[in-house]
Design a binder for this molecule. Structure first.
Ligand code: NYM
Ligand code: MG
Length: 215
């Protein structure tokens, strides 16, 4: 709860997206710390959130401990976001900025890379909270694969990541900020922090929350 956040004021919903090994997870953690230090309360969310029952089903699928139909796993990823929606909304309204490591865009990018129809993929996430800002950490699939190797989870393969990169290209719009993720961790961190601060300030001054992929 941020006591300096008066009526209309809220936290910003900031989403980081990108291929596996693009640096999202380190950057999300650094961003939360930077914002906190600057006096803007911030918390980290991460999807999939493997701590819930649905999250455990997802985790077991990603580790290849279970097999699921492509549409079934897609819907589980979406349900895993829906189960956090009201918590996220209450935190935002309490003035807390949320830094979210992957969101519905990952859902669509990874599932459509398997050949599922993009509109079908978007449908279950319609009406989730719409982010105020999407940061896309841009790195080539080849470069990402050179970074310390993949962790052996499903999807962590160069040929598949190339398809995911194409899906993200279809999905992105002019509002996304494309961050060159080939630079040092510190350079990327600095650029992200400056962009995000602008959005945090705008949301504190009152900006209505909207819903994803709905008019
Ligand atoms: N992933 C993530 C999906 O396929 N759909 C989704 O909706 C989300 C949120 O899960 N390779 C994929 C992308 C990743 C994998 O994510 C695990 P992470 O950020 O590596 O824990
Ligand atoms: Mg990963």
């Amino acid at each position: 709860m941020d006591d300096n956040c008066k009526s209309g004021c809220r936290g910003a919903l900031v989403v980081l997206e990108g291929l596996d090994r693009c640096g999202k997870t380190s950057q999300s953690a650094r961003l939360v710390k930077n914002l906190d230090e600057l006096g803007y309360p911030a918390e980290l969310f991460r999807f999939p959130d493997r701590n819930t029952v649905i999250g455990q089903m997802i985790s077991s699928y990603l580790n290849s401990d279970s097999q699921l139909d492509d549409r079934t796993i897609h819907l589980l990823f979406s349900a895993n976001r829906w189960e956090k929606r009201s918590l996220m909304e209450s935190k935002l309204r309490n003035g807390i900025t949320l830094i979210v490591d992957r969101y519905a865009y990952s859902g669509v990018a990874f599932s459509s890379a398997k050949g599922l129809d993009i509109e079908w993929c978007k449908a279950p996430d319609m009406g989730l909270l719409a982010p105020d800002l999407v940061l896309y950490l841009d790195i080539s699939p080849e470069k990402a694969s050179e970074r310390g190797g993949y962790g052996g989870e499903r999807y962590e393969q160069l040929e598949f990541q190339k398809k995911v990169a194409k899906s993200y290209e279809i999905l992105r719009d002019a509002s996304w900020k494309i961050i060159d993720a080939n630079r040092t961790v510190e350079d990327v961190q600095e650029q992200i922090r400056d962009i995000v601060l602008d959005y945090v300030k705008t949301c504190r001054n009152g900006k209505s929350l909207s819903q994803l992929w709905l008019k």
